[in-house]
Unconditional design. Sequence first.
Length: 215
Amino acid sequence: MRYILILISFLVFHKTLIAQECQPPCNTILPPLNFQPHCSSWWSKGWGITVYSGPITSQDSSKIFLKGKAKIEGSAILAVAASKRLVSFLDNRLDLEFETQGVKHFGGQTHFEINPVVLIARWKAFPWNATLPTTIAVGDGLSIATNTPKIELAARGAKYTSRTLNYLMAEVTLSLPCSHWALVARYHHRSGAFGTFNGVHDASTAFAAGLKYWF
């Protein structure tokens, strides 16, 4: 964990050295639609670090969303995610991002979870962004657990449990104008993608909150 914190500190410090003229006008955390600096490369911009944590449930997704039932299992996650904007569409309103995550489970289960490849679509054009910059994102990727998750095993049985599953996320960010920091609410979900992964359907879900830093 300390190496992750050192890396985050280095990346944040490095980006603060970018010349002031390379920065967008101070109105939102995200560049305005017509802002195209000449002094920054594709690689030097569009990065983000997100730290989030929250409790886990093994409840079926249908019961969570249709019946509002989400039995908390006495376990939680702490996740660190690094993301990079790949390309923008619709005059910079929609971004496609790549994200990779490291997740530590604690409480009822203590394994690590690695989500190495997550592709995310982020919508960032809202009429109130001058006052409350907001983004909404959804993403899909791969989730690999270092051990078979105990909560998933207890809820589904060995036949419908797998260390490697599909990963699904949804996220909302809220921030102040001119700030690179944002509050994050995230839906962190492992599943078998309707049986695609070893016949698994639902697995587990975390409802998490945290902080994001864009640079």
